[in-house]
Design a protein around this ligand. Structure first.
Ligand SMILES: Cc1cc2nc3c(=O)[nH]c(=O)nc-3n(C[C@H](O)[C@H](O)[C@H](O)COP(=O)(O)OP(=O)(O)OC[C@H]3O[C@@H](n4cnc5c(N)ncnc54)[C@H](O)[C@@H]3O)c2cc1C
Length: 601
């Protein structure tokens, strides 16, 4: 039986000791009352209980049972409706939503924390409220007052849910090819008639809520070709009445089928058909894609948390199994003489796999929560310059987090299967589900290859390196401040070396990419990984410094802080060297990829 224990102590360490979230956020007037460490802990502990006791017990059963489709109706697996009721009644759909619409108004950072735990406990479940949050953000940013009044309170209380309809059969990455059209509605007024087919729509149809609010990309009459001619529409499954209640069925909206798929079986992935459905424009005409992309940072950070969430639960189950399973004797001599063999956790290779999970999870958590906190600062800080700097950092780190955390979510899940040996491949033990569930996060919300292109093509050159400076400067400052501290040599020295190579790689890509964009494209994935590893090294160096300070002061749980130093050492010696290899791949350039003729493949 799989287990999940929310890593509360590790989360608190990052929130309070490393990021000092209260001191950064409670000075912002919007968070004056909601960013105290006590309140964060209270939310964290309540959220952890919900994830462990309500969502997690439905994870394996939801995977086995999946969603069922019949005549346009989708049934979620047993227990999901009750769990969703508890979830929404507890206010969890609106953790960081605007109090004006019924939200808790907590920092988005707390949402990031919740997303991690929800995705560990039950990623499929988490996608239902996750998609609603995307719809909430779109309407909150771009909706008219009337649209906000109609939809936001319902999305926040969770009685209505949301979806994002971008993909069509012939286009996923290249949304400029969208064909769904909006025409004047026969009823007149401000409604549009939406016609087209959308595929792979998560939570497009289900039985958890009384209404579903679809956000749909479509083209207005005479719209320019390509991405500059796409508009965003709100298309509800049931038309809202004047008093806000659910009205008549929006006749043109239907779910034609759901997909059979590799993982996230308990989340419905729908073919949505719009045949003259009633929809209303959200934001300006032809600016739909821009509106979608404005919310991308938050949405992509959400998907990054799926990677981390899965890696965390996979790691936990790997550890539990490795402590229990007895095979062979330790190479350094018997450890458990009263047992027929030693537990496999004594073996160096098993430790390598588990420590990779632990070092990734804790480093990635620090990086993601840092981005979550900067997202709050970028939106709510009173000082426009501070907001801009934070926005630049978030924009830079978003593709790195999305791609690296989801790539590693899959890898760590696969390592957990390996730790289990044959049992890992068997359903009953539960870990094979994590591999299957993790795989999609590398694909949706922009494939990881596209994230890498976003990093080298958009984020790197923007403002002549303005975004890069938001990361490079604090790293340089940290290195300068700590390079003479003997206790930090094991961390600052490798960080400085890897950071130097990252700067070199950046300069090389910028130079070569200007002459030949294929050079930037060819380097992109390796550069992103190199960047991610240096980012985690920075986080681990910071965490090691905090832990050393606690050890020196004798404050708190000393074993806990000693362990942090040891994991930091593992990261620097066993994971960071990959950045060197990635650097070499960046240097290899485009030729090895592009010289071969297509016919030769
Ligand atoms: C389970 C599931 C849930 C989903 N949920 C939603 C949802 O809720 N809403 C929604 O709108 N969509 C959703 N999607 C769709 C998803 O976002 C797309 O599948 C994804 O964006 C990729 O598009 P595609 O499948 O058309 O692949 P393609 O765009 O055909 O890409 C195929 C491959 O080519 C690569 N590629 C394409 N162009 C380039 C390029 N220029 N440079 C380098 N590589 C390139 C891609 O990286 C990828 O590896 C979902 C998909 C799945 C499977």
């Amino acid at each position: 039986m799989p287990i999940y224990n929310a890593p509360i102590d590790d989360i608190k360490f990052v929130l309070h000791d490393v990021l000092k979230a209260e001191s950064h956020l409670s000075t912002i007037s919007a968070y004056e009352d909601t960013a105290s460490a006590d309140l964060m802990d209270q939310i964290l502990e309540e959220g952890a209980k919900l994830c462990q006791d309500v969502l997690f017990p439905l994870n394996a059963s939801g995977d086995h049972e999946g969603c069922h489709y019949e005549n346009g109706v989708v049934k979620t697996p047993k227990g999901f409706k009750e769990a969703y009721k508890l979830f929404s009644e507890g206010g969890w759909c609106g953790v960081s939503a605007d109090p004006e619409y019924g939200g808790m108004g907590l920092p988005a950072l707390m949402n990031t924390v919740m997303q991690e735990m929800i995705c560990s406990a039950n990623m499929s479940f988490g996608m239902y409220p996750g998609l609603s949050q995307g719809a909430y953000e779109a309407l909150h940013h771009f909706g008219t007052d009337a649209q906000k009044q109609t939809y936001l309170p319902k999305l926040v209380e969770g009685t209505w849910s949301g979806t994002m309809n971008l993909t069509e059969p012939h286009c996923g990455t290249d949304l400029g090819l969208i064909k769904t059209k909006a025409e004047a509605h026969k009823d007149g007024g401000d409604a549009w008639s939406i016609t087209g087919q959308k595929i792979f729509i998560s939570a497009g149809e289900h039985d958890l809520t009384e209404n579903i609010v679809h956000l749909v990309l479509a083209r207005l009459p005479g719209a320019p070709e390509g991405v500059k001619g796409i508009s965003l529409f709100v298309v509800p499954k049931f038309l809202p009445n004047e008093d806000g209640s659910v009205g008549a069925r929006n006749e043109g909206v239907s779910c034609a089928s759901i997909e059979e798929k590799m993982g996230i079986h308990a989340n419905s992935t729908c073919v949505m058909v719009y045949e003259g459905a009633k929809g209303w424009l959200v934001g300006e005409p032809h600016k739909g894609l821009k509106a979608m992309f404005t919310m991308m940072n938050a949405a992509r950070l959400g998907v990054a948390m799926q990677g981390l969430g899965i890696a965390e639960i996979a790691y936990q189950n790997g550890v539990a199994y490795a402590k229990d399973r007895l095979q062979m004797r330790s190479l350094s001599g018997t450890k458990e003489p009263n047992k027929p063999a030693d537990p496999i956790i004594v073996h160096p290779d098993v430790r390598r796999m588990l420590l990779k999970g632990k070092a990734f999870n804790e480093g990635a958590r620090a990086l993601a929560y840092w981005a979550g906190m900067m997202l709050d600062i970028s939106e709510k800080h009173e000082d426009a310059d501070v907001r801009q700097d934070a926005e630049d950092l978030v924009a830079l780190m978003t593709p790195i987090l999305k791609a690296y955390l989801t790539d590693m979510g899959f890898e760590i899940a696969s390592e957990a299967v390996q730790v289990h040996g044959g049992a890992g491949f068997i359903r009953e033990y539960g870990v094979e589900q994590y591999v299957r569930d993790a795989r999609i996060a590398m694909i949706y919300e922009g494939t990881n290859g596209i994230q890498a292109l976003d990093l080298v093509g958009r984020k790197m050159p923007k403002g002549f390196g303005r975004l890069l400076r938001q990361f490079f400067h604090p790293v340089m400052e940290f290195i300068e401040e700590n390079q003479t501290d003997d206790k930090l040599q094991n961390f600052v020295f490798p960080l400085a070396k890897a950071f130097g190579k990252l700067q070199q790689a950046t300069a090389i890509i910028a130079q070569k990419g200007l002459k030949n964009p294929e050079e930037a494209g060819a380097a992109s994935v390796d550069y992103l990984r190199q960047f991610a590893l240096v980012s985690l090294a920075y986080m681990w160096a910071k965490m090691a410094k905090v832990a050393q300070e606690k050890i020196e002061s004798g404050e708190g749980d000393q074993a806990f802080y000693q362990e942090k130093v040891q994991i930091a050492e593992f990261f620097m010696t066993r994971m960071l060297p990959e950045a060197d290899a990635r650097f070499k791949m960046v240097l290899a350039g485009a030729e090895p990829l592009m010289q071969m003729k297509t016919e030769a493949f």
